[in-house]
Design a protein around this ligand. Structure first.
Ligand SMILES: C[S@@+](CC[C@H](N)C(=O)[O-])C[C@H]1O[C@@H](n2cnc3c(N)ncnc32)[C@H](O)[C@@H]1O
Length: 319
């Protein structure tokens, strides 16, 4: 069957660069959120199975994130006898599930290399300009600032850039200093469900390619927080939402805007080498991407080849 051939091939193509000990990078809050998320594929059973024969430092670290009520059961799962194949399988699943979080926390430079190429449709900022110009805004899940700097460019007076990954925050802080923007952009560590901001202190709360319906990436608690920090009459704007969350945003009263495109949108990498490196790492599940690069020898890939909705849409909600 074509489908199973394709998935077997992608299994072979994808090599997760992370090791189970890399999970030590996460702080307790992040680990707790990831384990508490009922929709997440990371179950405490899968995690426990992948932690056989790891360092005691890692076990202690993970334990800090396991909710009190689940600790006894987690301990028992850690003691279950497992074959080395079962442990390897659980590790692969865990590392694949946490792939993006590990990228943000462990290899932020690689994520930066990708986002430099994934340019957001200019029409998004033109269309929301009245919610940016002379406004105080929040960029939640700001990463290394791809959207945050655009908000300033479109006239925001202050941008509060909140991001949980220390590595991405470091890159963001460096850019702020390099560009002399210390008086207008304020980076801070934080998560959607506990934003480090006072009630009603921003005119517009934005999140670009970060807020989702999943509880560990926003969800109901995250939306309540975005509402809390936005002043009445302000807006919440979710840029480049996941396609699978469209219904959730609609059910929560958001309006959808998709900008027209003249010609197909592409990811534009710094160089051909960078395109190949990123394709091997980020799009390895999709062999068509590497094939496309080998055929064209250009440092760009259409979003349609990647199989992704291009960054040209947003949801908005009046508060
Ligand atoms: C796809 S990146 C987008 C980053 C940035 N907004 C951009 O457009 O480049 C998703 C970001 O959301 C952050 N993130 C993940 N979970 C989060 C949470 N619970 N609260 C806040 N940010 C979160 C990640 O650390 C990462 O920086």
């Amino acid at each position: 069957m074509v489908g199973s051939d394709a998935s077997a091939q992608s299994e072979v193509l994808f090599e997760n660069p992370f090791h189970i000990e890399d999970l030590q990078i996460f702080d307790a809050e992040t680990m707790r959120d990831m384990l508490a998320c009922s929709h997440a594929q990371l179950s405490s059973r899968m995690l426990a199975d992948s932690l056989h024969n790891v360092s005691s430092a890692l076990i202690m670290r993970i334990m800090q994130g396991v909710p009190e009520a689940q600790r006894d059961q987690f301990q028992q799962e850690l003691q279950q006898p497992l074959s080395s194949e079962e442990i390897d399988q659980a590790r692969n699943q865990t590392l694949n599930t946490l792939f993006w979080e590990l990228i943000y926390w462990k290899t932020p430079e690689l994520y930066e290399e990708l986002t430099v190429g994934e340019r957001l449709h200019e029409g998004i900022f033109q269309s929301i300009q009245s919610d940016l110009k002379d406004k105080v805004v929040l960029d939640a899940g700001a990463g290394s600032g791809r959207a945050s700097f655009e908000y300033l460019r479109y006239g925001a007076t202050r941008v509060h850039a909140v991001e949980p990954s220390p590595g991405l925050l470091r890159l963001l802080r460096k850019k702020i200093i390099d560009r002399g923007l210390e008086q207008s952009m304020f980076p801070a560590a934080g998560r959607f469900n506990k934003l480090p901001l006072a009630d009603q202190c921003v005119d517009t709360a934005l999140s670009c390619s970060a807020f989702t319906a999943l509880e560990d990436q926003g969800g109901e608690a995250g939306l309540l927080e975005l509402r809390r920090v936005t002043r009445p009459g302000g807006k919440i704007i979710i840029v480049w939402p996941r396609t699978e969350d469209h219904q959730w945003f609609g059910e929560h009263g958001f309006q959808y805007v998709s900008l027209p495109v003249q010609e197909e949108m592409c990811v534009h990498f710094r160089s051909f080498d960078s395109a190949v490196r990123c394709a091997r790492l980020f799009y390895a599940h999709n062999p068509a991407v590497l094939r496309y690069l080998q055929q064209t020898h250009k440092p760009e890939i259409p979003f349609s080849i990647i199989g992704m909705n291009p960054p040209r849409d947003y949801f908005w909600l009046a508060v």
